[in-house]
Write a protein that binds this ligand. Sequence first.
Ligand code: AMP
Length: 420
Amino acid sequence: MQTIDKFNFANKKAFVRVDFNVPLDENFNITDDTRIRAALPTLKKILSDGGSVIIGSHLGRPKGVTDKFSLKHILNHVSKLLGVDVQFAGDCIGEEAGLKAAALKPGEALLLENLRFYAEEEGKPRGLAEDASDEEKKEAKKAVKESQKGFTKKLASYADCYVNDAFGTAHRAHASTALIAAYFDINHKMFGYLMEKEVKAVEKILNDIARPFTAIMGGSKVSSKIEIIENLLNKVDNLIVTGGMTYTFTKALGGKIGNSICEDDKLDLALELLQKAKDKGVNLVLAVDTKIADSFSNDAKTAFAEVNEIPDGWEGLDIGPKTEAIYAEVIKKSKTILWNGPTGVFEFENFTHGSRAVGEAIVEATKEGAFSLVGGGDSVACVNKFRLADGVSYVSTGGGALLEAIEGKVLPGIEAIRGF
Ligand code: AMP
């Protein structure tokens, strides 16, 4: 497999798929440029070798050409960070893009307009009438898949080599994230530095496990984490199931949960997971106490309660101190740690304590030599909010992509480059 370090980009044009899907405020100012910064090492390496870059990205979820989602809004900032006057093509596959890409000289960069302005990027039909028949849907899908080939080929035609540095979209078989790779031979397609780091971190969690291995899965719903929880039960020694999911388990076990968030149709599933954990010898750790509130608000009245004795009218919005201590003890003894999802409604300042405690315990374990991977939007927001990112081994940029990789799925963006 080709690697970015070994490849000499001198006089080569590289199509680099990045994830510049950054948040913008109403005046189109970037409110968090982490994703742009994360791709800089790759872009800079290519330019400093004497290559040129054609940068492709999506921004938001446009359903067609939409000014709000134009990448022109981020052009100046990309130029500033990259230290190069980046050119812009206002249509990713138009004549302008082709001419500008062809005219690029060593050390120059071109940013293409939002790839998702075209339905062909995702390969999903758009504009179908709500009452479209199954036959019409099938035809529309066939048509977009057909035109996707031309779209992909056009993007590939700009460059001599393809670099994928967009881990956040690696779980999608889109034109620019996976299909385009087919137009380059094995020596002319590679991961960017960010993608390499992400893939290595996931592989360490999947294949190179120092034990004990503890996963902390938080978040609101069991239903959205079921596959990953089941997969983790085959790998971990300890599984801390926390956050809003707690109360589905508590209720399934016969506890009183007041108004706490609960998926009533997942009670049996919760019991099944507990049984599976038992059968596999996994220590599934649940909260014993909780910080309750009399309404879903930062300013609610609060108290602590046993997790299975929440009074009517109250709801659990974070873990309590006894649970924090139990989690911390498990975490600090661990040698491999995966954290996805907060222990409570960390968006409310008064319910951040548990998530902070988990983060701090992970930092301590990491100091003692554990490998810790934090991933999935909300846990990344947590470590950033608590300024703990420097104390963990790796903070993933991937949300869905990371979870799918850990579920054991082959990600199309990875497979397209290395073949498995
Ligand atoms: P997820 O998107 O599934 O990872 O869930 C993250 C969300 O779960 C965050 O927005 C949290 O506010 C929310 N959450 C965590 N704990 C609770 C809880 N006890 N009650 C309601 N929401 C929660």
